[in-house]
Design a protein around this ligand. Structure first.
Ligand SMILES: Cc1cc2nc3c(=O)[nH]c(=O)nc-3n(C[C@H](O)[C@H](O)[C@H](O)COP(=O)(O)OP(=O)(O)OC[C@H]3O[C@@H](n4cnc5c(N)ncnc54)[C@H](O)[C@@H]3O)c2cc1C
Length: 413
């Protein structure tokens, strides 16, 4: 059978990996390299992801996939430390002692917050789709914790959409991030980054006869009788891993799902900036929501220089000088001299993830096109938070759906 896959991110690659032995699979990827949000900058001595990434101990299907690809030996379980930047100061918030010392919440609020974080891990997040985070959190932890702790985090992740985000998102987020001990959160990373994983899976696809077209945007998808046409090429089946709004532009009549973009600056630095903390959320106003010092997580010796991400999400077009704005604000806030920056890059992706507003779950179910299989970040496996694991699951489910249909057809004939 001839199968087209739209999008060469992890979801499309996983679909192709499962279908290419036995079928003629073609991936169409619009950019000049595969990997989607998991692509990397290739520096002389190393590769580094354009958007910061790690995985979690509960990412079972991703971990199984790494094993199948012979990459289990490359898995590293590292400690992720966190903190906040508030009123011009860095506050470490990883160990119980640091949390106790944190001056901006009372002891009572800290206890209430700790109890909430523990209880919420067992809540079924999908039942909370229609409740706003504000209502859910103020009822459980009170207005003060909501305003001083959660609201700045929601603002930095969702900007002006923060108030409309569903409680389902916040609850699932707490659950995902609950693998933590007294020295930090346990997070997975790969020896020398994710680019080895992208190379390994694409090599398997090519070795099984799969075709990967880069610089090949899909502009038209249509159905005629038993065939699907993708850019005028005929196929028996099509998997789409792109945002519904993009698929609509290709001629498929589906409702839009809300989404947001991400702009991420990566810096090579002469020195460490965050006092050893991996992830610092900005509570003060800034053109970015977090600073993430990658080399306070992955070993510095892999890179020979300090790597920093400045992370921001947006829902309207970012300013044309967003990179300069982010870097100059960072230099002021963290007392970095311009000559301490060895190099800088910015990655801007308008379709960086769904916006999980209240009501998203029902909206998502309406995005179904008979005969066209949907995977990627906007599919059910990525509700109510998108992740590597969600896109691996979606890619595999899409492939299995097609294999089942092929088998049923064969039985009928
Ligand atoms: C800043 C950031 C940090 C993240 N960190 C983490 C993390 O630490 N852990 C985690 O689990 N997840 C993380 N994620 C989420 C994770 O990156 C995604 O869930 C996952 O990579 C999505 O893969 P995908 O294949 O579904 O989509 P994508 O990677 O978006 O792939 C879709 C592909 O389709 C292509 N495309 C679009 N339109 C067309 C077209 N018309 N024709 C052909 N090709 C097209 C795109 O170029 C892209 O390559 C992060 C995301 C962001 C934005």
């Amino acid at each position: 059978m001839r199968i087209a896959i739209i999008g060469g991110g992890i979801s499309g690659l996983v679909s192709a990996y499962n279908l290419s032995p036995g079928h003629n699979v073609t991936i169409y990827e619009k950019s000049d390299e595969i990997g989607g949000l998991l692509t990397s900058y290739h520096r002389e001595q190393y590769s580094i992801e354009k958007f910061y990434h790690h995985f979690f101990s509960r990412d079972i299907m991703f971990l199984n996939l790494l094993e199948e690809l012979g990459l289990s030996k490359d898995i590293l379980w590292l400690k992720g430390s966190t903190g906040t930047y508030q009123n011009g100061m860095i506050y470490p918030l990883t160990t119980p002692f640091e949390i106790l010392r944190y001056p901006l919440l009372s002891i009572g609020d800290k206890i209430r917050l700790a109890l909430f974080m523990k209880q919420v891990r067992n809540v079924d997040s999908s039942e909370l789709d229609l409740i706003s985070t504000e209502k859910y959190l103020t009822e459980r932890v009170g207005k003060n914790i909501y305003r001083s702790f959660f609201k700045p985090l929601l603002n930095s992740k969702f900007g002006k959409n923060a108030d409309s985000i569903s409680a389902a998102w916040v609850v699932s987020r707490v659950a995902i991030r609950s693998d933590r001990g007294i020295t930090g959160e346990r997070l997975g990373y790969l020896n020398n980054g994710f680019s080895g994983f992208i190379s390994a899976i694409s090599e398997k696809i090519r070795n099984s006869g799969g075709i990967i077209h880069t610089k090949s945007p899909v502009v038209m998808v249509r159905n005629e009788g038993d065939f699907w046409y993708v850019n005028d090429e005929p196929f028996d089946y099509v998997i789409s891993t792109i945002a519904p709004v993009l698929l609509k532009k290709c001629g498929i009549n589906i409702p839009d799902l809300p989404y947001q973009g991400a702009a991420c600056v990566t810096l090579g630095l002469k020195r460490s900036i965050t006092n050893g903390i991996y992830w610092i959320n900005l509570y003060d106003k800034a053109p970015y929501g977090a600073v993430i010092e990658h080399t306070c997580f992955a070993p510095l010796e892999w890179y020979g220089e300090h790597i920093m991400y400045l992370a921001s999400y947006y829902s309207e077009e970012p300013a044309s000088d967003i990179k300069d704005q982010m870097i100059s604000d960072f230099c002021i806030k963290f007392s970095v001299k311009p000559d301490e920056i060895l190099w800088s890059e910015i990655a801007i992706e308008p379709f960086a993830g769904p916006l999980y507003k209240s009501g998203y779950k029902n909206l998502m179910k309406s995005v179904l096109v008979p005969g066209l299989v949907l995977a990627g970040m906007f599919s059910e496996e990525n509700y109510p938070e998108r992740s590597i694991e969600g896109s691996v699951r979606a890619g595999k489910r899409a492939a299995m759906e097609i294999l089942d249909t092929i088998r049923e057809r064969e039985v009928r004939q």
